[in-house]
Design a protein around this ligand. Structure first.
Ligand SMILES: [Zn+2]
Length: 432
């Protein structure tokens, strides 16, 4: 017999499209059977009934890292036992789910292993679509410039968060190694970055030939490529090579935005990490070189989001959250903060919500699940919110405002019995 649950809400926010007043979502096992006006909802005798102010799709964060890192200095990863990092990452997964994030795209770190632990039921967490290691050139953004290169290569083999590859044969091998570990997408650094010591965020990394080889190899396995990219030369080369998503996109101008729109590429801007590190980075141990690079890109990065929005580029929510534990800046659980940043950059609140829900699967190409929308036949990843996130998206930044979380139809978060703040969370005797 199938399990039916009925969620009645003052407001149904479908993920794409206009909200519905007095809505209802019916879940049957792990799928949505009905989503629409309460007045037209099917009868569900014997169903568990829930009442919430707002029902909406489970949230997506499309740029995260399960690195288990408690400081923002990437050099510290080299000095930490991988088992310790993994234990922290397991906790971060649970924290993300509690914040209403039922799916995350993980673009470099331990995510391939977190995904497996979540799938087998060992760890409670979102569905994880992970890249395995970040691929970069030697001396590029995913290299630890302060250590000898051979030693960093050894680290890549042991821990597998970062990998350097140069020339087409090494790039192909690097892609195949990620696929071997269960990667659902491939992540490359098409420009320098902020957190790396020596390189310049404006400079392109990887040649067009290397990027094309990576995109083709990933494509043979039905995977897309996500490109970390600040500078315009790298953005243009990545788009030319067929990359599906541009991460950060700092020096995106009108020409680059038009190229993105025409190729159907998606921008994942990651404003949260910029704001967090501007506010708390130095005090929390962000190295001086990263502080300097951050200040140099911060204003332009914000403008790029507005340019992309104005030119009609699709935008998916991403935070670049990697921090583990509440004392780390940009830590897991803050994922919902990004919506407010997107609104400040010019998106409407419904557009920001779409970036956080319906747009998520579009960053995965052929690996995309049916998720991110409240509609019949989609996966039953659903949240209840104690307020009106369309009126104020900042509500979604605070995990306690997400009162209910269903993942694949399982209720994994609900108010404690008798708390009485958000209506009934247990099967109601007055089921319809
Ligand atoms: Zn990142």
């Amino acid at each position: 017999m199938s399990a039916v649950q009925r969620i009645e809400a003052g407001r149904l926010v479908p993920g794409r499209g206009e909200p519905i007043r007095d809505g209802c979502v019916v879940l049957e096992d792990d799928a949505i059977r009905y989503a629409g006006p309460l007045a037209q909802a099917p009868a569900t005798p014997g169903a568990a009934v829930f009442q919430v102010p707002t029902v909406m799709p489970g949230l997506w964060d499309c740029h995260t890292h399960f690195m288990g890192s408690i400081t923002p200095d990437l050099a510290s990863l080299a000095a930490s036992p991988p088992a310790l990092l993994a234990m922290r990452a397991a906790r971060d997964a649970a924290v993300a789910l509690d914040a209403g994030f039922t799916s995350v795209r993980e673009v470099g770190g331990l995510g391939v292993w977190v995904a497996r632990a979540v799938e087998e039921g060992t760890v409670q967490g979102p569905s994880v679509y992970a890249a395995g290691a970040v691929l970069s050139t030697t001396g590029g953004h995913a290299d630890l410039h302060m250590f000898p290169p051979d030693w960093v290569c050894d680290l890549a083999d042991r821990v597998g968060m970062l990998r350097q590859c140069d020339g087409v044969p090494e790039c192909l091998k690097a892609v195949r190694l990620q696929l071997r570990n269960g990667a659902r997408l491939i992540k490359i650094c098409a420009s320098g970055g902020v957190m790396s010591e020596i390189d310049n965020p404006i400079h392109q990394q990887f040649s067009g030939e290397e990027m094309r080889a990576i995109v083709e190899e990933a494509g043979r396995a039905e995977r897309i490529v996500a490109a970390h990219c600040h500078g315009k030369p790298g953005i243009m080369a990545a788009l030319e090579a067929g990359v599906r998503t541009i991460e950060h996109g700092t020096y995106l101008d009108e020409e680059a935005a038009d190229a993105m729109r025409e190729s159907g590429a998606v921008l994942v801007p990651t404003r949260h990490i910029v704001e967090e590190f501007l506010a708390h980075g130095k005090a929390s141990g962000l190295p001086d070189y990263a502080c300097r690079k951050l200040v140099a890109i911060a204003d332009r990065h914000f403008e790029a989001i507005a340019v992309a929005h104005d030119r009609g580029v699709s935008i998916a929510l991403g935070t670049d959250i990697a921090g583990s534990g509440r004392s780390a800046p940009a830590h897991w659980g803050q994922n919902g903060s990004e919506l407010s940043h997107l609104v400040r950059a010019g998106l409407s609140s419904l557009e920001a919500i779409e970036a956080a829900t319906a747009a998520g699967p579009s960053t995965l190409g052929p690996q995309a699940p049916r998720s991110g929308v409240l509609a019949e036949g989609y996966g039953a990843d659903v949240i209840g919110v104690g307020g009106d996130p369309v009126g104020d998206v900042s509500l979604l930044a605070e995990p306690s405002n997400v009162t209910h979380v269903w993942k694949a139809g399982s209720l994994v978060k609900a108010p404690a019995a008798g708390s009485g703040t958000t209506g009934s969370s247990s099967p109601s005797p007055s089921s319809s």
